[in-house]
Ligand binder design. Structure first.
Ligand SMILES: [Zn+2]
Ligand SMILES: [Zn+2]
Length: 283
């Protein structure tokens, strides 16, 4: 059987600081990440069987290795009798995405009913009572946004700690503030990006898990990374002291590299960073 993927590349599943990430990411080929714990799909390079059930989708930009599966996904959900998905796309690309979906609907003579959400930095979407999605600024060659998933907790204000529940309920009924909101940043993902994104979205440094591209690794590819607005591993080394993340999952490696070349390059990362890095590669 021939594989659809370059040798040693393809489906990946990693567990990063307790967060499961499954999918495929190969620069210029396809990227999609299932986040089963958040019931959300990041990116849409294609729509294989096991992502059709995902009703929340976050797309970072319009390059087709990140978006080609969108119409296919909508069509398959429709065919499978599933309700329309909610799909976040960068606000600056939303009209073009809507026009593309409309053309696909005319071609198929069906109505997908996709809930297209124009996402702008600072926007917040509640995914569950305890889970919120925030849109981050992106930096790439086309309009791009990133995404941050945070756990939301409501904690009793310190002055009320130790009081009986009935007393707290009375105070709440009187309109007093009894709880404060706490956000724990769980996973940040900027989409394809140049290193400028670290200045635009410093939240990236503080999420428990940073899922980030690292398209280029070899010294001879520094210029190429600049030209195409991608991360080169040297950009991470230059910021090694800034990453507070428990785990850093590196993705979107160029097809030019073999998996063993990727592992060798990452073994050269400085102490303190190297131990936290997980390459998004098959075992
Ligand atoms: Zn890409
Ligand atoms: Zn791109």
């Amino acid at each position: 059987m021939t594989s659809d993927y370059p040798p040693g590349r393809g489906r990946v599943r990693v567990l990063a600081a307790g967060i499961e990430i499954e999918g495929v990411s190969i620069a210029g080929h396809e990227s999609f990440y299932k986040l089963p714990g958040f019931r959300t799909l990041l990116e849409f390079g294609r729509a294989p069987d096991d992502v059709v059930g995902y009703a929340n989708v976050c797309v970072t930009h319009g390059h087709l290795d990140h978006m080609a599966g969108l119409a296919h996904h909508a069509s398959r959900r429709r065919l499978g009798g599933l309700p329309p998905a909610r799909v976040l796309v960068p606000a600056a690309a939303a009209d073009d995405v809507a026009a593309w979906l409309a053309a696909s609907e005319r071609l198929e003579n069906v109505d997908y009913g996709v809930e297209l959400v124009a996402a702008a930095p600072g926007d917040r979407v509640r995914l569950r009572n305890d889970l919120e999605l925030r849109v981050l600024p992106g930096r790439h060659r086309v309009p791009t946004v990133g995404y941050l998933f945070s756990e939301v907790r409501h904690k009793l204000v310190p002055e009320l700690e130790g009081l009986p529940g009935a007393e707290i309920a009375q105070r709440r009924a009187r309109g007093e503030t009894v709880a404060r909101r706490e956000e724990i940043p769980l996973l940040a993902y900027p989409g394809d990006c140049s290193p400028d994104v670290f200045d635009a979205a410093p939240e990236l440094f503080r999420a428990r898990v940073l899922l980030i591209e690292c398209s280029f690794l070899l010294a001879e590819d520094v210029e190429r990374a600049r030209d195409y607005a991608h991360i080169h591993v040297a950009d991470l080394v230059a910021r090694a002291d800034l990453f507070e993340n428990e785990a850093i999952v590196l993705t979107h490696f160029s097809q030019r590299y073999r998996p063993d070349e990727i592992r060798v390059a990452l073994a050269g990362l400085p102490d303190g960073l190297r131990e936290r890095v997980i390459p998004f590669l098959p075992e």
